[in-house]
Design a protein around this ligand. Sequence first.
Ligand SMILES: [Zn+2]
Length: 566
Amino acid sequence: MGRMMLKNWLALLTAVFIGLSLAVISIVPPSPQGLDTPDDQFSSARAMVDVRMIAAAPHPTGSEENAKVRTYLAGQLTALGMDVDISASTLPEKALARLNRWSGQSKTEQPIYNVIGVLPGADRTKPALLLMAHHDTVWASPGSADDTVGIASILEIVRAVNETGQPARDLIVLFTDGEEVGLSGARHFFSENPLRNKVGAVINFEARGGGGTANLFQTSEGNGDAARLFARAVRQPSGNSAATYIYRILPNDTDLTPALKGDYAAYNIANIGKAEYYHSPKIDADALSESTVQHMGSQGLDLTRALLSADGFPRKKPDATFFDLFGLWTVIYAPVWGWAFLGVTLLCYILPLRRDMLRKDTLVGAVKMVGFMVIGGVVLFGLNALSGGGSGADYYDRLAAIPRLEAVAGLTIFAVFFGTFGRSQLSENGVLGATLPLFILAVAGQSIAPTATYFISLTVLLCAIATFIRRSKQTETYGQWISAAVAAILIGYMVSFGHLLMLGVGPDLPSVAILPAALAVLAILPLWRGLPKRVVTVASIASLGLAIAIALWIRLDPIASTVPLY
Ligand SMILES: [Zn+2]
């Protein structure tokens, strides 16, 4: 092996190692903070005391346990210096039918109770900030995550806020009832309760699973100002405008849905991870990841403080493009910048244009990239069907299979990469060709949904800059290392992004994982030197075989012990 070749493999392996480390940094929530955490900061250990009390037993709407939790919460809010009101209403018919189905009873009426606390601010004429979470659970689930993680986070946030003196404006806490049977408590508050007119901004806290990072996944429409405030204030951020865009299209609802009809600046933060515990009878306080509580609470506290002290609440402005970079900080810009990025991308390819650019290997690169995406997408679709996905599958059993579905996706991507790009090194023209389909996707994305497709335009931009440097005579010596740095960043981002995609839609649409995979592949192509035919064939067949075996395992194993009991 020549020295140049060795340097190349070293650059590639370094990029992969740093990339995977960056992915771990963004996928793993921050460390829990103990009982000795300074009083004005968020401590997951303190919040866990409430989690243990509240999630001691399942407490669905109308149950005796629910009444106990309600009393406990009212006591906690009073102890925090809040004026407490228990606001009663009745469960709508459809919601009651669902509750009756769960309980096997045939009640004709069911009262529900929102627990509301008001912490008076220095200026009571200012619009108030509302923090909300639901205090009911689904049937037979202790619900330490859904939504005790939200309730306990709010209690700890208010406690920390109290430590720094009276807030500038009113802080209202709303613990809703009947969320799991049709958002009933939230619907009542936002249509009937006079306090709704005092509210100017809302943060809702939710849970989907027993762990993972907490993410800003939904905002009010016209989030330009709101997202900028989040970007400025939140120190361990997680969330992006692709998620907020996609969530607007999906039919899913939380307590924030009725709030979004009002004219509020609104944020929805939920943890996503350990998906097998979603609505599970097994999600007690011990099964909940404490680091998840810390991540939800620290973001919630930063956001709460910023909103309480803001002169005015965020106003409707055109949506922003934003995303957290490895959970370390938030990148935010107006979507129109995407066009500038695409312009610079074009220039980086056109400026060093030589006559030999549009040769056969350009076409080969383009065909290989399209092949990678199409074959990868089709194989992922097929393996999902083989694993028992599709209509008729148990929704919660599929959620429990997500880690294995991610393994299937990873192995498939590996196999298809080896099959398409494995054997040979692409020339610079070939890399240019491979960029082309993704550049077209970036232009289409920028035209249709720029806030959702930033990761495509930024990828082609970074790769184009690296290509420009590699192709320039003055800089080609360290061009390889620039490419390695770009590859590290993009591998890190795309692995964590793909992980969130799999958690969000993986059991139904695993084929979407091929898009972040293609973008990461684009970044490593300049470093890829090709492997002997036999190595490539063995690697490709072995990983595909393993993917098939795992898919069959998912199909044939008994239904997960964590699935809900209703
Ligand atoms: Zn919930």
